[in-house]
Write a protein that binds this ligand. Sequence first.
Ligand code: AMP
Ligand code: ZN
Length: 477
Amino acid sequence: MSLRFYNTLTQELEVFTPLAGNTVRMYTCGPTVYNFVHIGNFRTFTFQDILRRWLRYRGYKLDHVMNVTDVDDKIIINAAKENKSIEDYTAIYTKAFFEDAAALRLQQPEHVAPATKHIPEMVKAIEELAAKGFTYTNEGSTYYRIASFPAYGKLSHNDFSGMRSGVRVDVDEYDKADARDFVLWKAHRNNEISWDTPFGKGRPGWHIECSAMAMSYLGETLDIHAGGVDLIFPHHENEIAQSEAITGKPFARHWLHSEHLQIESQKMSKSLGNFYTLRDLLEMGYQPEAIRYLLASVPYRKKLNFTFEGLKAAAKTIERLRDFELRVSSTKLPAGRNQAVAERTAEAIRQFEAGMDDDLNTAEALAAIFEYVRAMNTTIDEGYFQEENRWDAARVLEIFDCVFDVLEATDPAKLPGVQAQPTAPAIGDAEIEAYIEERTQAKKSRSFARADEIRALLLEKGIVLEDTKEGVRWKRK
Ligand code: AMP
Ligand code: ZN
């Protein structure tokens, strides 16, 4: 069976192959670094990670670009509130994003592209659009005229033929009902951050950022463009309008969009205030592996409702898999290789692969693993599972984990944002002996309070004193 993805553009399940050679050129819309991102955002980033890992499993090389939106309306407002420069402000949340991503074991894209480091590419793209007659200016801002791009609406499958021409919008995010000419370059206002360009001083709109960076890294036609469903309109529709107006070629061959993480049947979002950040959940004591597993376990095109029961169930599932891993590696087994077990293993791998090939159907792939684990536990109980079958089971777990990556436990000291438990600073033998000597002298001079204080102080450092006839003995707890 071949690898298939659902394409938002064609609304069909399509066989996937890269356009050129063995390398997949992929662009994903990254975070806007105006605050900590929430686990809803991380559902989308986890989907992209699973996509990356499965493409690699299928033997492709990746050339993956993710942007970081480090200049936009919200950033400007928040940075001003805290009296920080845009750079200082976004550095905090960019760092936090990558720490959180690492805790969730998200592989780093080959290129991470901050918007502010690619202004010349955006300026060039706007100039090309202007030269081809797709733009107009108003009060110092430059807009894209969507009436000049007849295919507008082809990704979101909206019919915009009746739209009013010349109605503009300056904000980057807006509603479906609102097909409007969108801003490419925002005129400089007050003392906002700005760049000088031939078409005026200002800053880029959000949409041009992705078109310009995607094409400058990956060329005119990408293999895959991905993001959450909320980006289909207007963001990705606008990216197509910009890029295809410039090149006259298809911008991306496969458009993949992941459904939302919901909470109480509503989209988890900053604006609704119904969100958890990764750090919130880690502070509550949940493991990043359980969060990763939960986000990955529901196929990406299905809505996923976040509950704490679901999160606890994810942790239990991981525990069961770890127990199985321990059991097959440590149980004493009869020598040899049971053929039926070997065949059952090959079948489990085939089922897992078929699930993942089918538009990353993680639920089906996981079902293959659970059935296998159940069957193997029974064969171990019944004595059929043999010494060399260990490698069969290990192979299944390895394939599972190269996609899901949850079997290894995270060191709690490495969790982002969680206050590490204060550990007593180490104390050397000589220092201990010195304290004991001081305590002995204190007792001799009847300073019992000091003697007790020293005992307590040592105990805090994990040293237990024992008074014996031969003198004071000590040990580390
Ligand atoms: P933003 O930083 O708001 O641009 O969002 C970053 C990514 O997270 C985008 O791909 C969004 O589509 C995605 N996203 C936002 N909210 C959710 C949610 N509740 N569930 C899944 N993905 C989301
Ligand atoms: Zn984008």
